[in-house]
Design a protein around this ligand. Structure first.
Ligand code: R5P
Length: 287
C-alpha cells in the first residue's frame, strides 16, 4: 500500500498516514507557467495499491485536475489498483437535472474518474447517496455522523431538537435524533438562486428548544443563516450547526458570526482557519 496526497489537504493525508503507521509517499506536483499540472511519483508504484488523498474544496478545478493527473500517472506506472480518497466529492449538488438543458455534473466527474484509471473511490457524506450509483467501480461511502454524535453527546445539550434543513438531510437528521434521544423537526425551503434559500415550512416544535441543525455542506453559509433565522422567528434558542464539509466560500465565516448560532461543528475534510472559538473541527483521519 502506498499513500500520496495532492495539494488540497496535506494535513489530513499526513494524519491518515500517522494513524496507519505508513509513510506518506513522495510525489512531485509542479505547474507549468501556463498553469498546466505536472506530476511525477518520486518512488515506484508498480504492483502497489495506490491511495490518492485529495479533497475538493477551493480551488476545486485545480484540485480535481491534480487528482485526475495523479491517477493517470499511477495507472500508467502499473499500479495494481488506484483508489481515490475524496472526502468531499465535487459537483455533488448537480446530481440530477432540475431544469431542462442542465448538465448532471456529478455523473460526468464519476465518468472521468473511471477514464483516468481510478479503480475505487472512498468518500464521506455525499450530498446525495445515490451518486454511488454513478460509478461502475466500488464506492465506499463513509459518514462522519458517528463522530459528530459522540461530540454532541459529550456536550449534553439541554432541550435539544434535531433539525433537518431540508428533505434531503431528513434521514441523517432522523438518525442523529435517534442517537441523541431528541425530538426531530424538518424545514422545507425554496432556492430563489444558487447559494440562497427561503424557508417555507417548519414541521415540528422548536419553540424554547436548542436546535441542532445537520448539513452535509456549508458553502457560503446562506442556507444555514436562513434556517437559523426561520427557527429564531419560531422562538428557538441559538443553534448548534453540524456539517461534514466546511467549504466556507466567500464571506461564509462572517455570515456564521450570527447571534442565532451558538457553535459550528465541522470536520477537517476541507481545511479552513476558524476566525473565532465558535468552531469545533472533528478529525476524520481515523474514519
Ligand atoms: C444543499 O442542499 C446543501 O445541502 C447545502 O444546504 C448548500 O449547498 C449550502 O450552500 P450555502 O452554504 O452556500 O447556502
Amino acid at each position: 500500500v502506498k499513500i500520496f496526497t495532492g495539494s488540497s489537504n496535506p494535513t489530513l493525508a499526513q494524519n491518515i498516514c500517522t494513524y496507519l503507521g505508513i509513510p506518506l509517499g513522495e510525489v512531485r506536483i509542479n505547474r507549468f507557467k501556463s498553469g498546466e499540472i505536472y506530476v511525477h511519483y518520486e518512488e515506484g508504484v508498480r504492483n502497489c495499491h495506490v491511495f490518492l488523498i485529495q479533497t475538493m474544496g477551493a480551488p476545486v478545478h485545480e484540485n480535481l485536475m491534480e487528482l485526475l493527473i495523479m491517477a493517470d500517472a499511477a495507472h500508467r506506472a502499473s499500479a495494481k489498483s488506484v483508489t481515490a480518497v475524496v472526502p468531499y466529492y465535487p459537483y455533488a449538488r448537480q446530481e440530477k437535472k432540475d431544469a431542462p438543458r442542465e448538465p448532471i455534473t456529478a455523473k460526468m466527474v464519476a465518468d472521468i474518474f473511471k477514464t483516468v484509471g481510478v479503480d475505487r473511490v472512498v468518500t464521506v457524506d455525499l450530498h446525495a447517496p445515490a451518486i454511488q450509483g454513478f460509478f461502475n467501480i466500488p464506492v465506499d461511502h463513509l459518514t462522519a455522523l458517528d463522530y459528530i454524535t459522540e461530540y454532541l453527546k459529550e456536550k449534553d445539550i439541554k432541550n435539544p431538537v434535531v433539525v433537518s434543513p431540508d428533505a434531503g438531510r431528513a434521514k441523517m437528521a432522523e438518525k442523529l435524533a435517534t442517537y441523541l434521544d431528541a425530538p426531530f423537526a424538518i424545514m422545507l425551503k425554496k432556492r430563489p438562486s444558487h447559494n440562497s434559500a427561503k424557508i417555507t415550512h417548519i414541521i415540528g416544535d422548536v419553540q424554547g428548544y436548542t436546535p441542532i441543525i445537520i448539513e452535509d455542506i456549508i458553502d457560503t453559509g446562506g442556507t444555514i443563516v436562513s434556517v437559523v433565522e426561520g427557527l429564531m422567528e419560531k422562538g428557538a434558542n441559538p443553534a448548534y450547526i453540524c456539517a461534514t464539509h466546511p467549504l466556507f466560500s466567500a464571506n461564509a465565516l462572517e455570515r456564521l458570526n450570527h447571534p442565532g448560532i451558538h457553535e459550528v461543528v465541522v470536520t477537517d475534510s476541507i481545511p479552513f482557519t476558524p476566525n473565532s472559538d465558535k468552531y469545533k473541527t472533528i478529525p476524520i483521519a481515523p474514519l
